[in-house]
Design a protein. Structure first.
Length: 313
């Protein structure tokens, strides 16, 4: 099976998500009844790959699952979504990753992750994933894998002149490796991740641009800081801009960041300017908050086009 020359390569995690909806988050030691619960595909890598496929772009996912029942569920869902999972490898020892997600009435979430096979491989495994880079237009990565492995793959992409979009989530306890600031062509932290990376909590355009300048000093070429309901700020050495938030009714923010990055990579692969790509990405992220779930919350290209058409640029 081969991929098209325009495919987006996603290297990252594949999980099965166990999601519960509650009125409020429980206090320590407290037991609450949930309103509803679901089980479905998750993991930032899988979420982003499905979101790219929903937008009509060829996409291939590389990473690991276990060999358990959860792996079968994940692979079936990816196949049905149109994701090329040829380079999604099976680890016979580590289990498939799992995430336990609680969402309150305001759409806020708390997430616990058991990385399983996603976290079982270091930089020495880079050669197993590198073939997904062949003929890729853009590479998408996240931090739900070993940081040294992410760094090794980013170097491979840099050697091939393939732009890397890095979602620095979750920021490792030891911080993002210094080399990744320069190896990632585009870094896309949200508010909390920006604070962890720069010491600044961005609350508006001015503070986001201040944080972006710090990221540039650390080697980042393009910083895109996601401010949630406050919009998005983007910055390079020569360009800066702000995309205001889209007016939507948010019910679940679980996969909004993943859908944002998918929209960004898709727009860039199709030749959009940075400003155009960020606005397209923001529309994707906004739409993802209007429905429940992770991978299944991703919007289609037609839905994104409708939102952009009815919202002045």
């Amino acid at each position: 099976m081969s991929t098209s020359p325009a495919h987006i390569a996603v290297i990252g995690s594949t999980n099965i998500d166990f999601v519960t909806h509650v009125e409020r988050f429980p206090h320590p030691g407290e037991t609450l009844h949930v309103h509803s619960s679901t089980t479905g595909l998750g993991g930032k890598g899988a979420n982003q790959a499905v979101a790219v496929a929903r937008l009509g772009q060829d996409v291939a996912l590389a990473g690991w699952t276990g060999t358990d029942m959860l792996a079968e569920m994940a692979r079936t869902t990816l196949h049905d979504a149109g994701v090329n999972a040829r380079w999604l490898l099976a680890d016979p020892q580590a289990g498939t990753g799992r995430a336990f997600i609680t969402i309150n009435h305001a759409g806020e979430n708390q997430i616990l992750v058991d990385g399983g096979a996603n976290m079982a491989h270091g930089a020495e495994a880079c050669s197993h994933l590198a073939p997904v880079l062949d003929n890729a237009a853009v590479v998408m990565m996240q931090m739900e894998m070993d940081a040294e492995l992410v760094q090794a793959v980013a170097r491979q992409a840099r050697d091939r002149n393939i732009p890397v979009v890095l979602d620095p989530a979750p920021v490792p306890a030891t911080g993002l490796p210094d080399a990744l600031f320069a190896l990632a062509d585009i870094l896309t932290p949200n508010e909390n991740e920006t604070r962890e990376l720069t010491g600044i909590l961005p609350v508006d355009e001015a503070t986001a641009l201040h944080a972006a300048r710090i990221l540039h000093k650390r080697g980042t070429h393009t910083a895109i800081i996601k401010l949630g309901h406050r919009g998005v700020v983007y910055s390079t050495a020569t360009t800066r801009g702000f995309v205001p938030p889209f007016a939507v009714r948010a019910i679940d923010t679980v996969a909004a960041g993943d859908c944002f990055n998918a929209g960004l990579a898709t727009a860039l692969a199709r030749g959009a300017t940075l400003g155009e790509a960020v606005r397209y990405a923001a529309a994707c992220g906004a739409l993802a908050t209007t429905r429940a779930g992770a991978a299944e919350a991703a919007p289609t290209a037609d839905e994104v086009a409708c939102l952009l058409d009815r919202t002045p640029g």
